[in-house]
Design a protein around this ligand. Sequence first.
Ligand SMILES: [Zn+2]
Length: 411
Amino acid sequence: MKQELIERFIRYAKVNTQSDPESDTCPSTQGQWELANMLVEELKAIGMEEVTVDENGYVMATLPANTDKNVPVIGFLAHIDTAPEFTGANVNPQLIDSYDGGDIVLNKEQGIILSPNDFPELAHYKGHTLITTDGTTLLGADDKAGIAEIMTAMHYLIKHPDIKHGKVRVAFTPDEEIGRGPHKFDVAKFGAQFAYTVDGGPLGELEYESFNAAEAKITFKGKNVHPGTAKGKMINSIKIAMEFQQQLPANEAPEHTEGYEGFYHLLSFQGNVEETKLHYIIRDFDRESFEARKANMKDIAASLAQKYGTDRITLEINDQYYNMREKIEPVRHIVDIAHEAMANLGIEPKVKPIRGGTDGSQLSYMGLPTPNIFAGGENFHGRYEYISADNMVKAAEVIVEIIKLFEQKSS
Ligand SMILES: [Zn+2]
């Protein structure tokens, strides 16, 4: 299994599938088509059925049931794209056999080193086969490791027909990194009762809670007058905007929060005397305090409107996604089965809230409850990204084990 995973992963990693938030197409970039088409051919080659790719680049396929039991249809998903914030062109993966626990020279010429001094988690990987970058690009383990693991698990089940299972659906989707992954996902066509995204980090990760998320855009209008004659006339929109920001609780910001704590995050601040625009994101696990945060922003805007004039402030808040826990709790056994699958394989499940969203956060609200399981990578979205091939084997085994457990628990 390990060689098969390494070969697949490296082949996928070499295709540049970086997504682009500025693009209006779906997929947002041409490279994603290249990998999508490659995956279609490969799914057919390993013997998957109902292999399709739609006009938006969503790849789907079926592993038919080989049991008469009434087993729910389960799905596995991974995303094709890589993060826009770091280059994914000319990815040149490096293979390190039996890692010795020391510094890894990613790039000799540029002096780029992956060191346990900076990344102490490397200590867990002594003796593993690691795949790293050459220091100049990201690796794309997020989430090509997930694709390789799902593909390899399907191939394994096809080669071992003695393992009984229900119908399994798999999907490889575009543009997760720009938040659009589920936008054109056809839940009805996919036809699974639940699914798992294989898009988590290190070994054992199991996630079914995400933020509730909204964004706020606030525009402040000022009145510019020559500063020499401005007394009693000028209204400086920058200063109203600063007043707004000052009234938000200073400690409820990303740089001061962790775990289950929510925040307001000022993403950008652009302005001059005449007009200033603030862009925030609001995040909270708890739905009530999420709503309270939005209400707080509205209150602050209202009080400033009273002070400076109602036409000087416009506030626009849009919800982005919600905590998937609400939709997963009623089908809690899907998390329990993932937990059990890991435990059966001697993997300690690490259940933690995602301080972000996954495709599952949106899919769960589209009628497909979708927790997230580990794909195995570390240091996503940058040049220090790496993955253990040994843990990729574990991830593929967890997929197989989940599928087995669903069959065993059915009648
Ligand atoms: Zn991902």
